[in-house]
Design a protein around this ligand. Structure first.
Ligand SMILES: NC(=O)C1=CN([C@@H]2O[C@H](COP(=O)(O)OP(=O)(O)OC[C@H]3O[C@@H](n4cnc5c(N)ncnc54)[C@H](OP(=O)(O)O)[C@@H]3O)[C@@H](O)[C@H]2O)C=CC1
Ligand SMILES: O=C1OC[C@@H](O)[C@H](O)[C@H]1O
Length: 359
C-alpha cells in the first residue's frame, strides 16, 4: 500500500436511522483519518426520500440520488455499497451488490441465519476480488482493540473465566406497528439479532477471540411474544470458562454492561449509550500501579474519545483492506460472521424464535 491514504466511494442503500449515522460520521473532518470517504450515491425506495436524506444529513454535499437500490449497484462511480436495510433484506442486497461487482459493507446482523451468510460468501468467492464485511462497528473501536490486547496479549486479568454482558433497550413492542423492523418476524425482528448480537460479541471477544477453542456448548432461553424474542439469555460454556449473555427489548431504562472475570482480577466495561461503551476499568493484581480498590486489587480506568459516533473506524479499516487487495478484514472475517450466526441459530432453535425464511 502506498503512503497516501486511500479514497473509497460509497453507495448507500436505504435512508433509515443507521444510514444517517453512517454518512454523518463519514462526512466528519478528522485530523487522524486513515482514509478519504466520498458519499458518491444514495439509493432509496423513493427519490424524494433520498433527496430529503441528503439535505438533512449531508448538507452541502451532492451525491447522486436514486429511487432504487439497483441504480446504486450499477453506478460506475461507486466502489462499495453500504447496506442499511432491515435484517431480512441483507442477503439479497449483498448478492445484488456482489453480482454487480461492488464491494460490500453490510450492517449487523449480516443475515438472518448462517446458511444465508454462507450463500453470500460463496457468491463473493465465486465473483472474486470483491471485499465483503459485516459492519459490527464496535469491534473496530480503539476501546475494543485496547481491551482485546490487555486481555489476550497482556493477560492483564490472567485467564478469562467468566463474562457477563447485558444489552437492554426499551422498545415498547406492543405499541410498534406490525410492519416495524423491530416487530415483524419476516423482517428478522427480535432482541437477539438486533441487540443480543452485541452481548454475544463481547462474550466471544473475551472467551475465544481467535476461534481457537473447541466450539462452546450452548444453553439458551427466550421470551417469545408477538412472534419474536423480546428477551434472550445465552449461556456459552467453554472448557473452564463461561459467558452469560443477555438482551431484552423490555428494559425499563436502557441498560448495558459487560463484566469480564479472570484468575487475577476483573474488568468492568461501562458508560454505555446503547451498544457503545465509553470506558472500562481494570481491577487486577497484575497492573503494577499503586491505586487499589476495596477488594485490594489495583485499579486503572481507560477512557476513550469518540468524535461523532465512531463509524469511521470500521470504514477506515474497510478502505485500507480494499486498497491492499483484501477480500476480508482480519477483525471481522467471514468465518467470524458465520460463527456468530451459527450460535444465534442454535439459540433460536432452543429458545423458539423463528423467521419465515428459516429452512
Ligand atoms: N450499528 C448500529 O449501531 C446500528 C445498526 N442497525 C442496523 O441497521 C439496519 C437498519 O436499521 P435502522 O436504520 O434502525 O432501520 P430503519 O427502519 O430506520 O431504516 C431501514 C430502511 O431500510 C429501507 N427499507 C427497505 N425495505 C424496508 C421495509 N420493508 N421496511 C422498513 N424499511 C425498509 C428503508 O429505506 P428506503 O425507503 O430509503 O429504501 C428504511 O428507511 C439493521 O440491520 C439494524 O440492525 C440499526 C441501528 C444501529
Ligand atoms: O444496532 C443497534 O444498536 C442500537 C439499537 O438501538 C438498534 O436497535 C440496534 O439495531
Amino acid at each position: 500500500m502506498s503512503s497516501e491514504i486511500p479514497t473509497l466511494r460509497w453507495g448507500i442503500i436505504a435512508t433509515g436511522l443507521i444510514s444517517s449515522w453512517f454518512v454523518q460520521d463519514l462526512a466528519l473532518v478528522r485530523k487522524d483519518a486513515k482514509a478519504n470517504h466520498v458519499i458518491q450515491s444514495i439509493g432509496s425506495s423513493s427519490v424524494d426520500k433520498a433527496r430529503a436524506f441528503v439535505s438533512k444529513h449531508l448538507p452541502g454535499k451532492q451525491p447522486t440520488v436514486y429511487g432504487s437500490y439497483e441504480e446504486v449497484y450499477r453506478d460506475p462511480e461507486v466502489d462499495i455499497v453500504y447496506i442499511g436495510t432491515p435484517h431480512a433484506f441483507h442477503k439479497q442486497n449483498c448478492l445484488d451488490a456482489i453480482h454487480a461487482g461492488k464491494h460490500v459493507l453490510c450492517e449487523k446482523p449480516f443475515a438472518l441465519n448462517a446458511d444465508e451468510a454462507k450463500e453470500v460468501f460463496a457468491a463473493a468467492k465465486a465473483k472474486g476480488n470483491v471485499f465483503v464485511m459485516e459492519g459490527v462497528w464496535t469491534r473496530f473501536f480503539p476501546l475494543t482493540r485496547t481491551l482485546h490486547d490487555l486481555l489476550h496479549r497482556d493477560k492483564i486479568i490472567g485467564d478469562v473465566q467468566r463474562v457477563f454482558c447485558d444489552f437492554g433497550m426499551k422498545m415498547d413492542v406492543a405499541a410498534l406497528p406490525a410492519d416495524s423492523r423491530l416487530k415483524n418476524p419476516a423482517l428478522g425482528a427480535g432482541s437477539l439479532l438486533d441487540i443480543g448480537i452485541y452481548s454475544l460479541t463481547w462474550g466471544l471477544l473475551a472467551l475465544d477471540p481467535l476461534r481457537q477453542a473447541v466450539k462452546p456448548t450452548i444453553a439458551a432461553t427466550q421470551n417469545i411474544e408477538y412472534g419474536i424474542d423480546t428477551a434472550s439469555s445465552i449461556l456459552l460454556q467453554y472448557p473452564g470458562k463461561q459467558g452469560i449473555l443477555t438482551s431484552t427489548m423490555a428494559a425499563k431504562t436502557p441498560t448495558s454492561f459487560a463484566r469480564i472475570e479472570g484468575s487475577e482480577g476483573y474488568i468492568v466495561v461501562d458508560g454505555f449509550v446503547a451498544s457503545v461503551p465509553a470506558s472500562f476499568t481494570v481491577h487486577s493484581s497484575k497492573l503494577g500501579g499503586t491505586e487499589t480498590g476495596p477488594d485490594g486489587l489495583q485499579v486503572k480506568k481507560y477512557e476513550f474519545e469518540r468524535p461523532g459516533r465512531g463509524f469511521y473506524w470500521e470504514a477506515d479499516a474497510v478502505a485500507r483492506d480494499i486498497a491492499a487487495g483484501n477480500t476480508e478484514d482480519a477483525i471481522m472475517p467471514w468465518e467470524e460472521t458465520v460463527r456468530v450466526l451459527e450460535i444465534l441459530d442454535q439459540v433460536r432453535k432452543q429458545g423458539g424464535a423463528r423467521f419465515p425464511q428459516d429452512k
